[in-house]
Design a protein around this ligand. Structure first.
Ligand code: NDP
Ligand code: GDR
Length: 340
């Protein structure tokens, strides 16, 4: 039985990856940072089948100890400060987690188990300002946020450790991927959750930032499969994972409100406070290398995904058989009824 270590197991991707690896027969060890409150909402349904260990990307010794104790065959480094706006408010901490944290994990592997295979969660945010459309593995990086800059560091340190120490270390350049388990602050889930609240009479408007931004949005369970495929190859290499289709935030609103028979223009309010200091205007990825080498294909369309997310948020807010692993808070007293 192979052992996989997942950092960031409490996040969206960590939860799906843990499920996927359990199905493949892995022993799954999840690294969780210490918290005074529960953060296992997304993996509550897996707790009897995975092992959790405390560790932190800020703490080198904890990583060395974990690698020593569990001797993982594969390490998936998904932990990060992953919300782009927060990276302007906490640029140094974002760099510590999202950039230097990668070096700490690589060092633990180099020192303790250099034959472990390593996956780094790199991001389309590294492409940033549009230099080429669609973006592929060879497109130059031009990050537009402290988060994007940190991910560029994480990408290159992964490549560097592969070339310097002959580690099996790969960087997956994943475009946006979403799901019913997405955090409420990211725009897709903010919209689907907002639509559900409006439909149920729990809110009257939805405040958003830049409606013109365009993203290549895929479905998270498809993307964790690509992570695993990258580590099953004979040679380590880096891959773009994307659907090849892009949509604006405006179109996202149109589809999501349309799912419940509402017109988005009656509810969406543009809030200048939600406009970013520097924006990534257009992302659309070319995943032809992943298709050719990994045999990877996305299986869920954007429209189908948004429909699933709206439906899940309606069930979640009604307290009515929502899918496992959803996070967020149920409606509270401060939610304004539509009719007031
Ligand atoms: P989430 O924000 O849902 O999860 C982030 C995870 O990182 C959480 O488990 C969080 O733990 C953990 N974490 C944060 N800081 C630390 C730390 N110092 N030590 C240990 N754990 C920490 O992200 P996603 O699941 O969406 O994304 C996974 C990875 O993929 C991230 O690196 C992200 O940047 C990257 N990525 C994501 C894309 C997407 O569209 N989802 C696209 C491209 C890349 P806690 O629960 O304690 O907060
Ligand atoms: P992103 O995702 O920054 O691409 O990073 P997010 O969903 O936050 O934003 C996507 C686009 O929507 C615009 N937008 C808004 N965004 C949010 N969050 N809230 C709003 O109200 C809003 N209104 C408009 C944004 O300006 C942006 O253009 C995600 C994260 O998962 C990263 O960790 C990951 O690396 C990248 O995707 C690929």
């Amino acid at each position: 039985m192979k052992t996989a270590l997942i950092t960031g197991i409490t996040g969206q991707d960590g939860s799906y990856l843990a499920e996927f690896l359990l199905e493949q027969g892995y022993r799954v060890v999840g690294m969780q940072r210490r918290s005074s409150t529960e953060t296992v909402g997304r993996i509550a349904h897996l707790l009897d089948r995975i092992e959790l260990v405390q560790g932190d990307l800020l703490d080198q010794l904890s990583l060395i100890e974990i690698v020593k104790q569990y001797q993982p065959d594969e390490v998936y480094n998904l932990a990060a400060q992953s919300f782009v706006p927060t990276s302007w408010q906490q640029p140094v901490l974002t760099g510590e987690f999202t950039a230097l944290g990668v070096t700490r994990m690589l060092e633990a592997i180099r020192l303790v188990k250099p034959d472990a295979k390593f996956y780094q969660a790199s991001s389309s945010e590294m492409f940033g300002k549009v230099r080429e459309v669609p973006q592929r593995e060879t497109t130059p990086f031009y990050p537009r946020s402290p988060y994007g800059v940190s991910k560029v560091y994480g990408h290159w340190i992964t490549v560097n450790y592969r070339e310097s120490y002959d580690l099996f270390a790969v960087s997956g350049i994943l475009f946006n991927h979403e799901s019913e388990r997405r955090g409420l602050e990211f725009v897709t889930r903010k919209v689907t959750h907002g639509v559900a609240k409006i439909k149920l009479g729990l809110a009257r408007e939805l405040r958003l930032g830049n409606l013109d931004a365009q993203r290549d949005w895929g479905y998270a369970p498809d993307y964790v499969r690509a992570m695993w495929l990258m580590l099953q190859q004979d040679q380590p290499d880096d891959f773009v994972i994307a659907t090849g289709r892009t949509h604006s935030v405006r179109r996202l609103c149109e589809i999501a409100f349309g799912c419940v028979g509402l017109d988005w223009r009656d509810y969406v309010v543009v809030d200048p406070l939600l406009i970013r200091p520097a924006e990534v205007d257009l992302l659309v990825g070319d995943a032809s290398k992943a298709r050719a080498v990994l045999g990877w294909e996305p299986t869920v369309s954007f429209e189908e995904m948004i429909e699933r997310m709206v439906d899940a948020d309606l069930r979640f807010l009604r307290g009515d058989g929502a899918p496992p692993g959803m996070v967020g808070s149920p409606p509270c007293a401060s939610d304004r009824p539509a009719a007031s």
